[in-house]
Design a protein around this ligand. Structure first.
Ligand code: HEM
Length: 410
């Protein structure tokens, strides 16, 4: 399965809940080791902080995503909130619901996320991507994270939610601070303030849309009926929060990570540029390679026997997409970027009932940027140190300075 060179990493030395473990270390050897030797790993308690189970194999992570009875989302779906007693939006926000109510709310939102409904948003993303890439190519340099990737996903999700253009910059700043930051201090100080600000912002917008509905998702949420009743103000606001956070920073990290991967793999970049690799497979490989959301969290809904151990009802279980996406049993040559890879059953968007609602939109955004890179860019190179996000949930770069030139073929 996996090579013996990875056997030296001692899992007890790594605290998977600590953002530093992800921001400051390469955990590839640990994931190899866990998949091979300890596919159900127990991360022990740390002081008052509870312990949690760690799933790393592609097969186990997929099975847990599929089994919403035994691996529940309705207390929280990320480690931080589960470790502190559960999410305050549990049962109200789509990803934090299970069973019929989840199915009903998902059904109500699904129409707004269909390729047909999104065609206008996708067209406007293509134009925005082309304009931004052209503008910064003329300048010869940019920080790809902030100048390009930082603007497109937020624009798309703001179009969907009907957020007025004048508020968008402010929302970008708030969302960056709410989920991850570039340092531990910034993370602690900003996260709670930012979360409160986002909730307040959407509370105000939802009140305006309830009174005066338009053709956007905030209006849809205020008008829709789920299991015989309208959503409360609180439910509307939490779901807006979920969409903006779920849709913005993840896609941004995939876009930046895609460019960073191309810089590190010149032969892949050349094959892509010359048209030998299709955009569709490149998008999927960028998604597998970057895996912006490291894990999903669940709570055991029953005792579960797995790999000779028992997960007790109520235990916290973490599903590590980061590891599953590099599992040699699911991917040939898993630690290699291969833009033509097919099939590519990555778990970047999860699997089953909670499969990412924004997957089509995220794929369209990444495809638009990759197409522009292919058509417009000649050469690209790093122009300074990249900076990583500081989080145990998100991974990727918050800064990627590059120099680049326009393609002679233009
Ligand atoms: C590359 C970008 C993205 C990544 C990596 C990503 C990842 C994920 C993952 C892993 C889940 C499952 C969470 C769980 O099972 O607990 C999820 C769910 C979800 N995502 Fe995304 N996402 C991305 C883009 C988007 C976009 C653009 C939107 C919306 C505009 C979005 C909205 C949602 C929603 C609403 C859910 C909850 C679905 C449900 O529970 O039924 N995501 N996403």
């Amino acid at each position: 399965m996996n090579g013996g060179q990875y056997e030296d990493t001692d899992p007890s030395e790594v605290d998977l809940a600590d953002p530093a473990s992800h921001a400051e270390r390469d955990l590839t050897p640990l994931w190899h080791r866990l998949r091979e030797k300890e596919p159900l790993h127990w991360q022990p308690p740390n002081g008052a902080r509870p312990g949690f189970w760690v799933l790393t194999r592609h097969r186990d992570v997929s099975a847990a995503y599929r089994d919403t009875q035994r691996f529940r989302s309705d207390r929280g779906n990320v480690l931080d909130t589960l470790l502190t007693g559960g999410d305050s939006a549990a049962g109200m926000m789509l990803p934090l619901m299970d069973g019929p109510r989840h199915t009903a709310l998902r059904g109500a939102l699904m129409k707004a996320f269909s390729p047909r409904s999104l065609s206008g948003v996708v067209d406007s993303i293509r134009v925005a991507s082309r304009d931004l890439v052209t503008e910064f190519l003329e300048r010869g340099r940019c920080d790809f994270a902030t100048d390009i990737a930082g603007l497109l996903p937020l624009r798309a999700i703001c179009d969907l939610l009907g957020v007025p253009p004048r508020d968008r910059r402010q929302l970008l700043d708030m969302t960056s601070s709410a989920l991850g930051s570039h340092s531990e201090e910034a993370l602690r100080q900003n996260a709670w303030v930012a979360k409160g600000e986002i909730l307040l912002y959407f509370s105000d917008l939802a009140a305006r849309r309830r009174a005066n509905p338009g053709d956007d998702i905030v209006s849809l949420l205020t008008q829709c009926t789920v299991e015989g009743r309208r959503l409360t103000d609180e439910e509307v606001v939490f779901n807006c929060y979920s969409l903006i956070l779920g849709g913005d920073e993840t896609t941004r990290l995939a876009l930046v990570g895609g460019v960073a991967a191309l810089l590190d793999a010149p032969a892949e970049w050349e094959a892509f540029r010359s048209g030998r690799t299709a955009t569709e497979s490149a998008v999927e490989e960028v998604l597998r390679w970057t895996t912006p959301t490291l894990h999903a969290g669940r709570t055991a809904g029953a005792d579960v026997d797995l790999h000779g151990r028992t997960i007790k009802k109520g235990d916290i279980v973490t599903l590590w997409n980061a590891s599953a996406n590099r599992d040699g049993d699911a991917f040939a040559d898993p630690d290699r970027l291969l833009l033509s890879r097919q099939p590519n059953r990555h778990l970047t968007f999860a699997y089953g009932a909670h499969f990412c609602l924004g997957a089509f939109l995220a794929r369209a955004e990444i495809g638009a940027v990759l197409d522009d890179l292919r058509q417009l860019v000649g050469t690209m190179a790093a122009a300074g140190p990249a900076r990583r996000v500081y989080s145990n949930f998100l991974t990727g770069l918050v800064s990627l300075p590059i120099v680049w030139t326009t393609s002679a073929r233009r």
